[in-house]
Design a protein around this ligand. Structure first.
Ligand code: PRX
Length: 650
């Protein structure tokens, strides 16, 4: 196949036969396939002869993956200058829709170039160099993707921290990468809530200072829409607009090796503290571009709306990088879907003529509750493709999305992927793969999923097992920041020679994948990934709490809800005020989105004789399914179960 417009071949893959042929090509000769994709982007210097080198097997030495080694490129250049050179300078790159109706803004590719370069120049003047980490703690204003691109321009490694994380969580991330520079904003409104972001940053910097790490510069965007206090009180504080607006609009591009880091993003694991997932430049770039083109049939000038916050991977790959790599117009929405009312999303779709809408099942379930009239009040005639991500979509929500929102004419892309995978892994293609509600369908090009049993044996045909991958894809993460050993232990040790996703899945007779959810101790609450261990550590910071065990249970809107069992000190009672104080510990250590919905007293926890908490049993108790507890003979003290059932409603 001619490689001249290979992205267009992926974009227009329009039959199952074509998908099958391209898929076969991609797994039989991945080097050639991805080289054809990569040639569609700008490389300042070509990669060396080897497109891919890898080792997935811990027994054969270090786990290592490298794509396009030796090639030199730059993400910001490919997102901006490549489009300007193609004549798209005057086209809108970002549309910003504020929290309140009537607040809006636009940036063309040329304007974006100027803003990115000014900020890049500021970063340089603040001493930031190639490979230095920069923390970004911003709400959904255009400065957020601009900040990511400014880092990419000069080869700095951005670490975006979702602006719902607490000061403790922010401090932990700051200390993790020893960032000297933080980019933030004074305050923001989300729905009817006022959030003082700068206050959180100040506290985080103080925490870090107490641990001997000084932040040198905190650049603060002053949100003029809010009457806010004086936020610039520390010597490290700088006024964004005053400092940046006067800087030159040209900035030299730092040409990066394909394997140089682009960003890190913290995510939750089943144990311990959050993990700094590290993505590199070349492979991530081409995969973000290719999946966007193919899964969303994205073309230059398309208006694309991904509702994710840039604080999560979806906002990195499918709000910022992927759309710009395709010359599209991407919407940055500051608000929430039900403010001022539940018609907000459909209003935005009409207002900007959105072609593709990409959101999370939890948002759909929440909106569905308000009734169809909010949807039907708007035309939605521009919509062509719908997408979901973040958690399994239940068939009822899928049907509502497809039939009511999309009026039965827009295919639903149920995209399965992870922070670690960088881009879509199992997903339909709009023109080529027939849908089944609730199934993420088939692997993307170059992706080789396998289902393993507990002994690591590959299961064939119809089966259910651990979802693993046997070969690398370009956008996979290369390591955990400063902890390659944890990378190998968490992802490559359970099944030798495979990347283990942490999810379970079924494959049906047609080869379609149905994700069954996490098989480890990671919860998924409203599409947010939260580790049970993190919530437990937060709970035990309360002086009266000696032990805690947390499980996720089914929730009709949020997908999962957090249920905590707590053991208090002798003579301490679990009063309502203790409950509130415990929830406050979680809000303070992680953020409000991780707050448990239920806290139950547990004089003791069900443990094996070796002291391991049996969460399976706790999950059954919390879900009121104690009839199907299964085998409890391994418990050190089986009477614990009855006590917990008895105390459940007290
Ligand atoms: O359990 C899977 C679920 O979300 C996890 C990844 O979370 P995170 O790294 O935060 O990334 C979310 C956005 C890509 C997965 O291990 N998940 C994600 N997408 C789906 C899903 N579960 C079912 N269906 C999906 N489409």
């Amino acid at each position: 196949m001619n490689s001249d417009d290979f992205m267009d071949v992926l974009r227009t893959c329009c039959s199952r036969e074509q998908y099958d042929a391209l898929y076969r090509e991609s797994v039989e000769d991945p080097q050639n396939f991805w080289a054809k994709v990569a040639r569609e982007f700008h490389w300042e210097e070509p990669w060396k002869s080897n497109v891919l080198a890898f080792n997935f097997n811990v027994d054969n030495g270090k786990v290592d993956v490298s794509w396009f080694a030796g090639g030199k490129t730059n993400m910001a250049w490919n997102c901006i200058e490549r489009n300007i050179q193609n004549g798209c300078g005057e086209q809108t790159a970002f549309i910003w829709e504020g929290n309140n109706l009537g607040e809006e803004g636009k940036k063309t590719y040329l304007e974006l170039q100027a803003d990115v370069n000014r900020l890049a120049n500021w970063l340089k003047s603040a001493g930031v160099k190639k490979n230095d980490a920069v923390i970004i703690y911003l709400p959904m204003i255009m400065e957020l993707p601009v900040a990511m691109l400014a880092c990419a321009r000069i080869g700095a490694v951005h670490s975006v921290v979702f602006a719902g994380f607490s000061s403790e969580a922010l401090a932990q991330r700051l200390l993790g990468c020893k960032a000297k520079v933080v980019l933030t904003c004074s305050a923001v409104m989300r729905g009817s809530k006022h959030i003082n972001l700068k206050g959180v940053v100040d506290e985080a910097c103080d925490f870090a200072a107490a641990k001997d790490h000084a932040v040198d510069h905190c650049l603060c965007f002053i949100n003029a829409r809010l009457n806010s206090d004086n936020h610039l009180t520390q010597s490290r504080d700088k006024h964004w607009q005053n400092e940046v607006d006067q800087l030159p609009r040209d900035c030299e591009t730092e040409w990066m090796d394909a394997e140089d880091p682009l960003f890190m993003l913290y995510t939750s694991g089943s144990t311990g503290s959050p993990k700094g997932v590290l993505h590199t430049t070349g492979g991530y770039m081409i995969y973000a571009g290719a999946t966007c083109a193919s899964v969303f049939n994205m073309r230059q000038g398309d208006v694309f709306w991904c509702t994710a916050d840039c604080g999560w991977i979806t906002g990195h790959t499918y709000l910022t990088y992927g759309p710009l790599l395709n010359g599209a117009t991407s919407i940055v929405f500051e608000g929430v879907p039900n403010y001022p009312d539940a018609g907000r999303c459909w209003n935005i779709i009409d207002k900007y003529k959105v072609k593709t809408f990409y959101t999370a099942p939890t948002a759909l379930r929440a909106l569905q509750r308000y009734g169809d009239d909010f949807v039907k009040a708007y035309k939605r005639s521009s919509l062509k493709i719908l997408g979901t991500v973040g958690e399994p979509i239940n068939p009822e929500a899928w049907q509502w999305y497809f039939n009511v929102v999309g009026e039965g004419r827009c295919p639903v892309m149920d995209t399965w992927w992870q922070t670690e995978t960088g881009g879509h892994m199992i997903t339909p293609l709009p023109l080529a793969i027939e849908q089944k509600p609730g199934s993420a369908t088939l692997p993307f090009f170059g992706v080789e999923p396998v289902l393993l049993n507990e002994n690591g044996v590959e299961l064939l045909d119809e089966a259910e097992g651990y979802l693993c991958f046997k070969t690398p894809w370009p956008s996979m993460f290369r390591t955990l920041f400063a902890d390659h050993q944890r990378y190998e232990e968490s992802y490559f040790s359970m099944f030798k020679g495979y990347y283990f996703s942490g999810d379970g899945a079924k494959r049906d007779a047609d080869g379609y994948y149905w994700i069954t959810g996490r098989v480890d101790d990671v919860m998924n609450v409203s599409g947010h990934r939260i580790g049970t261990a993190e919530v437990e550590s937060a709970l035990v910071t309360h002086a009266e709490c000696v032990e805690a065990a947390v499980v996720g249970i089914d929730h009709p809107i949020k997908g999962q809800s957090i249920y905590a069992f707590v053991t208090l000190r002798e003579s301490c009672e679990l009063t309502n005020s203790t409950r509130k104080a415990l929830v406050d510990c979680v809000r303070a250590m992680i953020g409000p989105f991780a707050a448990p919905d239920t806290i139950q007293r547990a004089p003791a926890l069900p443990k094996t004789r070796s002291g391991k908490i049996m969460r399976r049993i706790l999950r059954k108790i919390a879900s009121r399914e104690e009839e199907s507890l299964g085998d409890t003979s391994t418990l050190a003290d089986p009477t614990v179960v009855d006590t917990l059932v008895e105390l459940r409603d007290k």
